[in-house]
Design a protein around this ligand. Structure first.
Ligand SMILES: [Zn+2]
Ligand SMILES: [Zn+2]
Length: 393
């Protein structure tokens, strides 16, 4: 008369269905998994009172169980917990444990694949035994796919990956957000480990790049030249993909290519030039972002956002036709930005209803403080080791 835990779980981690219309009993089970335990179970059942009672008892017994333990829960144990079932109900109405096992199997086979995680492996800040340097690299994992957005500037990526239990040999693809050394300098280290890598970059990212501050000599801040000379013939690069236009890395994961600039309040964020005579400003046309669709909306990952984060988000919204961006992760390069620019950027984040803002690398402490004040818990600073998880849509 009062079955417990009836219902469905939206976006469940696993589902199992069992029974047939002919035999009269059908039941479907939804599970939510947290830390390898069954955090929640819901079910719907069409059948006799025994079938309903069995589902209710299954859910009562299994919620909170470790998945391994739940796999050993039997139909007999459920019947016993109910104080026994009529002999003629034991066979066809007692199916709840089997349906639960199906749901766990579904989670094991498919649930892990549906998760997308992004871990910061290089950043300007790190704690404990992890190393920091000026630069950025995000390790993105989606089932068997392991993808890096940028590589930091040195071998530190190797040390941090090792400390975080991530194996560089398993990397399948590297996306370079732009040509600056603090995003591309670690590529050599990655290619020394991983042997079959697809590399995605804009053709202009391999051009010489300089930072020329007033009254100071120009500093070479481009991709280290041994790498630029070696890119075309590197035997660990499986495909070298030039991304002038939006390019799918695999279905659902896209790199923007060059980002159109339409705002009048954003610039590249520094005195960047293509030559040491300071004659040709570097517009960082090679700057690009990576995005995918999660079950909660678009997730956008950027290196430094030299194209301007507002230009970047507007372009991705235009490409996808989506008005909601769930998460933005990476460096926003706002340390020398005007207050007006920071405020207009914040307004844009409001406009896209961004729920997770992971600020890293070159965002600048003033901008971080303003974002945190406005967005509260939605906004957090990323350092090496910060890990975020999403579900594919
Ligand atoms: Zn840069
Ligand atoms: Zn940078």
């Amino acid at each position: 008369m009062s079955p417990r835990n009836v219902g469905e779980i939206e976006g469940a981690d696993g589902t199992g269905q069992i029974g047939s219309v002919e035999c009269g009993d059908i039941l479907k089970v939804w599970i939510r998994v947290s830390n390898e335990h069954l955090a929640d179970i819901k079910y719907k059942v069409m059948g006799c009172p025994a079938a309903v009672a069995v589902c209710s008892m299954m859910s009562e017994l299994a919620i909170g169980m470790h998945m391994d333990q739940a796999c050993e829960l039997t139909d007999e144990q459920i019947a016993d917990a109910l104080g026994g079932l009529p002999e003629n109900k034991l066979h066809c109405s007692n199916l709840a444990a089997t349906a639960l096992h199906e749901a766990i199997l579904d989670y094991v086979l498919n649930g892990a694949k549906r998760e997308v995680s992004a871990t910061v492996v290089v950043d300007d800040t790190a704690s404990g035994h992890l190393a920091s340097e000026h630069g950025l690299s995000l390790w993105i994992e989606n089932g068997e796919r392991r993808l890096l957005l940028d590589t930091g500037q040195s071998h530190i990526i190797q040390e941090n990956c090792q400390a975080l239990g991530l194996d560089l040999r398993e990397v399948n693809a590297v996306v370079l957000s732009h040509g600056h050394y603090d995003h591309t300098g670690g590529l050599q280290t990655v290619l020394d480990s991983a042997s079959e890598v697809d590399v995605y970059l804009h053709p202009k990212s391999v051009e010489p790049k300089f930072a020329c501050h007033d009254n100071q000599p120009c500093r070479n801040i481009g991709m280290p030249s041994p790498m630029t000379e070696n890119l075309q013939k590197h035997n660990h690069i499986r495909n070298l993909v030039w991304t002038e236009k939006p390019t799918d890395i695999y279905p659902g994961f896209t790199v923007t290519g060059a980002i159109p600039r339409h705002t009048d309040f954003e610039d590249t964020g520094g005195p960047f030039f293509l030559d040491t005579d300071r004659k040709q400003p570097d517009t960082l046309i090679d700057d690009q972002a990576l995005f995918f669709e999660s079950d909660k909306g678009l997730v956008v990952m950027i290196g430094c956002a030299h194209a301007g984060i507002v230009n970047t988000l507007d372009y991705i919204a235009e490409l996808t036709g989506k008005k909601h961006i769930h998460a933005v992760l990476g460096g926003l390069h706002l340390s020398s930005a005007s207050n007006e620019r920071i405020e207009r950027t914040i307004n844009t984040f409001h406009g896209y209803d961004v729920r997770q803002i992971g600020l890293a690398h070159c965002t600048g402490s003033r901008a971080v403080a303003k974002f945190k004040k406005v967005f509260g818990d939605k906004c957090f600073s990323c350092s090496v080791g910060t890990r975020m998880t999403f579900k594919e849509s």
